[in-house]
Write a protein that binds this ligand. Sequence first.
Ligand code: ADP
Ligand code: MG
Length: 697
Amino acid sequence: MSSVPELFGSMVFDDKVMRARLSAEVYHSLKDTIRKGKKLDLSVANAVADAMCAWAVENGATHFTHWFQPLTGITAEKHEGFLSPAPDSHVIMKFSGKELITGEPDASSFPSGGLRATFEARGYTAWDPTSYAFIKEKTLCIPTAFCSYGGEALDKKTPLLRSMEALNREALRVLRLFGNADVKRVVPNVGPEQEYFLIDRDLYLKRKDLIYTGRTLFGAKPPKGQELEDHYFGAIKPRVKAFMEELNEELWKLGIYAKTEHNEVAPCQHELAPIFTVSNIAADHNQLMMEIMKKVARKHNLMCLLHEKPFAGVNGSGKHNNWSLSTDTGVNLLSPGDTPYENAQFLLFLVAVIKAVDEYQGLLRLSVASAGNDHRLGANEAPPAVISIFLGDELTAVLNAIESDSPYAGTEKRRLRLGADVLPRFNRDATDRNRTSPFAFTGNKFEFRMVGSNDSISCANIMLNAAVAEALRQFADTLESGSGDFDVRLHALIRETISAHKRILFNGNGYDDAWIKEATEVRGLLNLRTTPDALQMVLHPENVEMLTRHGVFTEAEIASRYEITMENYVRTVRIEALTMVDMARKEILPAILRYLSDLSASLNEQKKAVPVLPCRVETKLLTRLSALADGIDDAIESLEETVSARAEADMTEQAFYIRDSVLKEMAALRALCDEAETLTAADYWPFPTYGDLLFRV
Ligand code: ADP
Ligand code: MG
């Protein structure tokens, strides 16, 4: 293996490569496009394409593709060869500027929620030059946005870029008010920590539920679970270690700063955290990371499970979306500064996030809603479905002091005057140790912990960026229009904002039932427990108004995304239900019947030999198992019937129906099968158990 610095980014057409391979003129116009979003002209695009093609071919690439993130949740690619015919029946490797900047994938196979029908039959992809091109499996991948010809976004990147624009615009307005003239750009930075499970591939292949749905739909609790918490930061097993080493190398080649890796609480669960970067690139990298994790796992005869809840009763997986705002002059706006002015600015950005999260709780909640994540939010390790913000004791004390205009201990018991006093640095608060808060301030960033492990981080960041942009817009409006001493007005604004939104602040245990009661009954916070509830929030007029005002989505895009996400939920649960029917009918029931028949044969033989034998165990097992078999048979039929009903209803109705009827029947069937598993002899059980899956890597 080459050295890490040599390996790092070796498959990326990054700044270093650009500088080496482009003329100064071309390089500078491309940089202008990247930095200021200026349009790229075709002659520059042609020069970049030539250099990119030469570089890619030298590095073994034979094809290129526009790489994009349609609304299906995975990334899409359509490979095309570089090969072009040349005179004298020769071929040359080439690729034009036009091919670099736009493409036309066959869009009909991607979900559009009715958009293409309304606008145009086809969609096109357009290069996002802020995200570097890279080589993966001999293919030059060009990160692109995907839109309809009417300009409607059909992907996740476009609205993310738009939300970053909105945030940049409003944050700059606020910074100008603080007299800050040098900053030209404000960007959200994101570091998503990715959790995942690794299990043995041979065992995986024996379970249809894992194959079809990514999670186990049956499985009795093993004698040992995560009770001992012996996995967290425990020694990493050699096979897993080998996987991690190869994964790191693959990620490094693509310029992804994979930094930490450790075991998680659950057996077989691990985490990978990259070093943070600008949010659209972080989103691209996270997609790549998930893809490469799966690929590398297979090479080690392992399977990487990214589902939010692969095993009932065992911790699920999420993604902690670490988010902060930084300027092109290198200032983190969520970090308290060294001067009173910087501190006042920090507090304004801090309360902007508080206001944003309170006012747009619904959008944040829906941004992480999926059938998979429903099993996690509110379960024993994940944040609850109620959104609140953890600030820690120190920072809470500062905000309380400002709100009540009372002395603050940190400033020698004086009243805190914004613009005059310096705040202490806030380190991560020790009280955050239990990690039960869905949205926590951790020193110089916020950590949004509700994102599902399998989900793209785009949606969460779109909503977060948009909501904060809106809060900053209102602040800028207020401060720009007022007159009188700026510090006084600023102080008043911060104070009012704290008063209006402090209901969202909560430093206690988020899993506590008493908290959920207080949050919903006393504080009036939303508790959207399931995906259909959460998704509906996007249609609320105040949410539509905000998202369209900032140009993040059009109304048509909102409607189409609503349709697609509801449909996705319905389809996911339907596939799970049908998989259960299939497994229960073709594998579980036959296994139980086989065992029952052997049991009764042996019982009969024993009775024949010694008619007075009571055969207590056999009789008891026979009675209970045959009752369970009857129950399972009924439950299969009933689930099958329920799942196929209402298929013609509209998506919203179907989603609620699925949630209220199908999920219940699935739980009932599972309970019977899991009990049967505990009573059936191990060699009769048709597929690997939880014990096998969790403890055999
Ligand atoms: P943990 O939360 O596991 O204790 P860290 O706090 O070190 O770990 O970092 C977790 C993630 O947060 C990493 O991906 C890291 O790059 C990211 N991160 C750190 N600082 C920032 C920041 N200012 N903005 C965004 N992400 C950040
Ligand atoms: Mg974390």
